[in-house]
Design a protein around this ligand. Structure first.
Ligand SMILES: [Zn+2]
Length: 177
């Protein structure tokens, strides 16, 4: 994480991983030793927070608009494995989350945590990420994994990897459907 970057206010109460200096998102799974497993979403926690109308990153109550983050396939399917977030938290994730922010950083496939539902770990990393901003969602469990179906989007924001492998928002805008 760029040390010069300010954390969004909503994320200031999150615990900080002392090894990476990164805030630990609310849905991040834990290794048996209690350390964060940034490569795995705790599916039960994701569903619990979503059911309570809370952000999967900062854990605070969601606003009237919610954001989802996933690859182009998620947009096509209208379905996300990662939980609803604040738009500001989703944006911060594109800059801070090691899995998202750098093209060459792979999620580990190691599943040392037990009782934790892996979500996106088995997918190939997409070449771009799309933020779906909408007013609501429904939550399901499919094959033991959380699945979120957002309501029709109001806006889409696209983030693509630069030639040197950093994720940046692209200027293209998508009109309303
Ligand atoms: Zn948040």
């Amino acid at each position: 994480m760029d040390p010069a970057r300010e954390l969004p206010d909503l994320m200031r109460s999150l615990p900080i991983d002392r090894h990476r200096g990164l805030p630990i998102p609310a849905v991040t799974a834990r290794h048996p030793d209690g350390g964060p497993d940034f490569s795995t979403v705790d599916g039960r926690e994701a569903l619990r927070l979503a059911a309570e109308g809370r952000c999967g990153i900062c854990g605070n109550p969601l606003d009237s608009l919610v954001a989802f983050l996933g690859g182009p396939g998620a947009v096509e399917a209208g379905a996300y494995h990662d939980p609803p977030m604040h738009e500001s938290c989703a944006e911060a994730s594109t800059e801070m989350c090691p899995h998202l922010s750098r093209r060459d950083m792979r999620r580990l496939t190691d599943r040392r945590s037990t009782g934790v539902l892996p979500t996106t770990g088995t997918e190939e990393k997409p070449d771009r990420w799309v933020m779906w901003i909408c007013r609501g969602f429904a939550a399901y469990v499919v094959d033991g994994m959380p699945l979120f179906r957002p309501t029709p989007y109001l806006r889409l924001r696209t983030f693509a990897y630069t030639d040197d492998g950093h994720l940046r928002e692209t200027p293209s805008t998508t009109p309303r459907p």
